[in-house]
Design a protein around this ligand. Structure first.
Ligand SMILES: [Fe+2]
Ligand SMILES: [Fe+2]
Length: 318
């Protein structure tokens, strides 16, 4: 067995707290990262997959402070950007400058193979009000103090679908995980309730799901962004969406890769006071239901017994 950690929405480098579904306590993150460093030292993961919203404040100092805090965990990690990392050209430049040595090929879209698993990391773009796609946000989302980006939309650009298609075809014999900051699916009905704040999902997530279905080696899609735990098996693909570290329940996922299956376990910090500080009474739904917290993905490495999913007639490059 080997393991990696799924960590997301760390929102580092910010001196501003706020409220989403629970208190959103960015200022406690240096303390949280010290606790996480101690906790991960016991798990000894091969690496950490950090699915975006790594920094919160829009400044070069914040991006580099975020990089230093991730470095301090003491394990290799693979970063990707979220809406808080990539609202502007300057933030994109600072992200690449800070995380260059952690980005295979120096790009924000990349793949890598670790032992018996292949990983494809995507970088969705902003969908402007005129429906055009752009790597940066419209000016109204450039406010450095903005926590909420209400009304923003994101989608994967066509050239990334082409890249993903080629990459998956070139690694068809290796079980794969796709990672994207924005979930490919909406928050399931079973987790919705009055007053729930929903940050949204990929505008063209259905195309991503369809492409993954056409490549049966894709076993899971890992995401963040909505600041709640969701695990949703759908058409042979397990969607693993993990909550934000500065917001209740302040947890991460321990992903254990065995010879023929993968187990996903949700882990609390050893110091549970961080989660207690963030929780607003009756809003513990961000921790998900029992099925959103632990899951087994069976038969990931079944040799010749791979069950082929039916291919869609849909033109994936449309
Ligand atoms: Fe976030
Ligand atoms: Fe986000």
């Amino acid at each position: 067995m080997w393991r990696f950690i799924h960590l997301t929405d760390t929102h580092l480098g910010s001196m501003v707290d706020g409220e989403w579904n629970n208190r959103f306590l960015c200022t406690m993150m240096p303390e949280v990262m010290r606790c996480l460093r101690r906790d991960l030292a016991k798990l000894r993961p091969d690496f950490i997959l950090v699915t975006g919203d790594i920094a919160s404040h829009q400044s070069r100092d914040a991006v580099f402070a975020a990089r230093d805090l991730l470095d301090s965990l003491g394990f290799p990690y693979y970063p990707m950007g979220g809406n808080h990392d990539f609202p502007s050209e300057r933030m994109r430049e600072w992200f690449i400058e800070a995380f260059h040595s952690h980005l295979p090929g120096g790009d924000t879209v990349y793949s890598f193979t670790h032992k018996n698993l292949h990983f494809c990391v995507l970088d969705a773009w902003w969908k402007w009000r005129d429906d055009s796609l752009c790597p940066v946000a419209e000016q109204s989302f450039h406010d450095p103090a903005a926590i909420s980006m209400h009304g923003a939309r994101w989608a994967l650009p066509p050239h990334e679908f082409a890249w993903l298609e080629d990459d998956l075809a070139a690694h068809s014999g290796v079980p794969a995980i796709v990672a994207t900051h924005y979930p490919a699916i909406a928050i399931p009905r079973r987790l919705r309730r009055a007053g729930l704040r929903d940050a949204g999902h990929l505008d063209n997530g259905d195309i991503l799901v369809e492409m993954c279905r056409c490549h049966p080696q894709v076993k899971a899609v890992f995401s963040g962004h909505v600041h709640m735990h969701i695990i949703e098996p759908l058409d042979g693909i397990t969607h693993v969406i993990t909550g934000s570290m500065p917001e209740f329940p302040c947890e991460y996922r321990d992903v254990r890769v065995y010879d023929n299956h993968i187990e996903i376990h949700t882990c609390s910090l050893s110091d549970t006071s961080f989660a207690g500080r963030s929780l607003i009474p009756n809003r513990d739904y961000t921790a998900g239901m029992p099925e959103d917290r632990n899951v087994v993905i069976p038969q990931v490495f079944p040799g010749d017994d791979v069950v082929q999913r039916p291919h869609s007639q849909r033109d994936l490059h449309a």
